[in-house]
Design a protein around this ligand. Structure first.
Ligand SMILES: [Zn+2]
Length: 403
């Protein structure tokens, strides 16, 4: 039998991955601007043609004016699952950055630039894994799919279009940065918006008014102190509360403000469903009002900056004992030589909508989320190579079998 045609071993496939190529591809992606909501099609076209050049049938999916998702598919022969390696290809804006956002410079062991960590670095690793599997000519029992979408970072997320179309799958890996940990799902959300109502007077008679800002100053710390935000879960940590935006006063100069609005961004661990936090918040507000008859307030749900978020959503996650979690943990251990820390993803990502559709999904990626939304974004290049090997190992274990 010709060497080319013999079934490849995983170790041979892993050895074929060139660490320099992983970095070069990540740099190339960083150098193509794709700010959320106005991504442009250059990034998608570049990725599709790179995949095509590896012999992987690929294409773009137009999802709006100058916006396109991208996909590549390696079809298998058997009845195995369709496994999606996923990420978003849009980035945060670049307004406050002090470095060139699109240089893709590499120094101090880091790749710098907007999207390097969130998440062009991880996406590059997934593309390298696609190449490694395609070039090996190994026979797949199922289908290996790469799919990346636009708009995830707040710009009209086009993930549904991807997953209803060329990214349709049975299992999904989201490559968001987890610092090479394995994250088993996403927290839920509770978009609480409170409005305190005061009574306006001239500052000269401020004692006769009711200051809505001052009332809100009592409410915010009382909610932060709720016991549900203090308890810590070994996998998920604490459910975070964030008074994200505050607005009050200033309607009329030299007057006591009659209104103050706070938009909270509250994230829910699996042990804190929306119905429970709703009950706790309302009970605490009622308690504060019973102590202060002048505290008048309205409770709303929804985000002014995100029209799609109108109500509480529970956490979406797999149990740590799920076979997908065990399989991916095994792949990580095989590459890194140690079992991964199992945690919950601190933010939202595509794993949540996949799980809500009944598609099993976990999150694994290079890079630290703390660098993802920092001013001068970077990713550790050593982690890129490790992640590319892990994605390749996951695909091999799940679609080829044998170790
Ligand atoms: Zn992201």
């Amino acid at each position: 039998m010709d060497r080319q045609e013999s079934p490849a071993e995983l170790s041979e496939i892993i050895d074929s991955i060139d660490p320099e190529e992983v970095i070069a591809l990540a740099r190339a992606l960083v150098r193509i601007p794709s700010i959320t909501g106005r991504e442009g099609e250059e990034i998608s076209r570049f990725m599709a043609s790179w995949l095509e050049a590896q012999g992987i049938p690929s294409g773009t999916q137009t999802v709006g004016e100058g916006r396109a998702n991208v996909y590549g598919r390696i079809e298998g022969a058997g009845s195995g699952p369709r496994l999606l390696l996923n990420g978003h290809l849009d980035t945060k804006p670049v307004d406050d950055m002090t470095i060139d956002p699109f240089s893709g410079d590499v120094h101090d062991g880091k790749l710098w630039g907007r999207g390097s960590c969130d998440m062009k670095g991880p996406v590059a690793c997934e593309m390298i894994a696609m190449k490694a599997i395609a070039r090996s000519r190994v026979k797949l029992n199922g289908t290996l799919i790469f799919g990346a979408e636009v708009g995830e970072d707040g710009g009209g997320w086009k993930f549904d279009e991807l997953i209803d179309g060329p990214g349709a799958c049975d299992l999904g890996i989201c490559g968001e940065p987890t610092n090479l940990e394995l994250h088993i799902g996403c927290r839920g959300t509770y978009p609480l918006r409170l409005r305190t109502i005061g009574r306006a007077t001239h500052t000269g008679t401020a004692y006769a008014g009711v200051n809505a800002v001052l009332k809100m100053c009592k409410v915010v710390p009382a909610l932060y102190d709720l016991p549900c935000f203090q308890r810590s879960d070994p996998i998920w940590g604490r459910s975070p509360i964030n008074a994200m935006v505050i607005r009050g006063g200033g309607k009329v100069s030299s007057s006591v403000p009659d209104e103050c609005v706070v938009q909270f961004d509250i994230r829910l661990n699996p042990d804190l469903p929306p119905s429970e936090i709703d009950r706790l918040v309302r009970a605490e507000l009622a308690r504060l009002q019973s102590e202060d008859p002048e505290l008048k307030l309205e409770i709303h749900l929804g985000r002014e900056d995100l029209a799609s978020m109108r109500e509480g959503v529970p956490a979406s996650h797999l149990p740590p004992s799920d076979p997908l979690v065990e399989e991916v943990a095994g792949a990580i251990q095989e590459v890194l030589g140690r079992p991964p820390r199992i945690a919950g993803f601190p933010g939202g990502c595509s794993t949540a909508p996949m799980l809500r559709r009944g598609i099993k999904s976990v999150i694994f990626g290079p890079g630290n989320l703390e660098q993802a939304h920092s001013v001068d974004e970077w990713i550790e290049v050593a982690q890129l190579y490790e992640a590319a090997k892990v994605y390749t190992t996951i695909a091999f274990r799940m679609l080829v079998g044998g170790r």
